[in-house]
Ligand binder design. Sequence first.
Ligand SMILES: Cc1cc2nc3c(=O)[nH]c(=O)nc-3n(C[C@H](O)[C@H](O)[C@H](O)COP(=O)(O)OP(=O)(O)OC[C@H]3O[C@@H](n4cnc5c(N)ncnc54)[C@H](O)[C@@H]3O)c2cc1C
Ligand SMILES: NC(=O)c1ccc[n+]([C@@H]2O[C@H](COP(=O)([O-])OP(=O)(O)OC[C@H]3O[C@@H](n4cnc5c(N)ncnc54)[C@H](OP(=O)(O)O)[C@@H]3O)[C@@H](O)[C@H]2O)c1
Length: 247
Amino acid sequence: MALWVTGKVVENKHWSGALHSLRVDAVIEPYEAGQFIKLGLEIDGEIIGRPYSIVNPPHQRPLDFYFITVPQGLLTQRLQKLQPGDDIMIAPRAAGFLVLSEVPKARHLWLISTGTGIGPFLSILRSYNAWQRFERVTLVHAVRTAAELTYLEEINLVAAQHAQQFNYIPFVSREQYEFALSGRVPQAIADGRLEQRAGIAINAADSQIMLCGNPQMVEDVMKVLVERGLKKHKRRDPGQISVENYW
Ligand SMILES: Cc1cc2nc3c(=O)[nH]c(=O)nc-3n(C[C@H](O)[C@H](O)[C@H](O)COP(=O)(O)OP(=O)(O)OC[C@H]3O[C@@H](n4cnc5c(N)ncnc54)[C@H](O)[C@@H]3O)c2cc1C
Ligand SMILES: NC(=O)c1ccc[n+]([C@@H]2O[C@H](COP(=O)([O-])OP(=O)(O)OC[C@H]3O[C@@H](n4cnc5c(N)ncnc54)[C@H](OP(=O)(O)O)[C@@H]3O)[C@@H](O)[C@H]2O)c1
């Protein structure tokens, strides 16, 4: 199989600050909601490739990638400048285990993200089987400022379609914002604020938790969940916590 196929940029949407959504037309193999794929550009004669979560659900096109410009980041400094019509290299096949087919049965699904880590969950929320498998699905998006609460149009559509099952809980940590919880997710689990807002409890019997984004958040949330009796999910040793670290 070829290492790369060539895609065409159809849109590079710039949200506030360093956040961008790169939309790409490309032919790739079928994938599962929640997976990531490599994007690449030739930089100084070498192809530089990095993994990015696929934000659109598998049945929709174009491919959508939500990324933040990392200060001094080799690839993201270039990705942010791409224009419609530009070529981009993309791996032909997606990968990754942050997918519902790996998640055991439970009543409640919690999708907990920081920053661009919301990407795989936006794909999962718009794929079909989340709504058949779980009584309640809670999306948590933790960001620094309210302007970083992106993809609200898509989230509102999900909320309208699944009003009885879906709950969206934003966290804004560095300014006051009425609709959001303040502070960080691990503290809000420890002091009960997150469950109070969701109206359901987190426990080993009922909950499956998927975590994505900042590795320190993933570690800190794992810690409070382990204290509650939940454990990391492995195929051979099923648990309740599935994770993807972005760096
Ligand atoms: C499975 C997987 C999926 C990913 N999906 C996404 C995604 O959907 N959206 C996205 O924005 N990124 C995602 N990433 C991160 C992405 O692959 C790159 O690492 C990131 O875009 C930086 O690339 P760069 O070449 O600009 O920076 P580099 O020059 O490679 O690295 C700069 C430094 O920044 C650190 N770093 C990397 N990413 C971040 C970050 N987001 N915040 C802070 N520091 C960081 C790295 O540790 C590195 O030391 C994912 C990573 C993994 C492993
Ligand atoms: N966001 C920006 O405006 C911006 C702009 C340019 C570059 N960058 C760079 O891009 C990278 C990603 O930034 P980001 O803002 O998307 O993500 P981030 O730094 O991971 O912050 C997103 C959210 O995660 C929270 N968080 C951080 N550590 C946590 C932990 N251990 N446990 C629980 N929650 C935690 C943050 O809270 P706190 O606020 O309490 O940390 C914030 O609410 C960073 O390296 C940043 O320097 C960011």
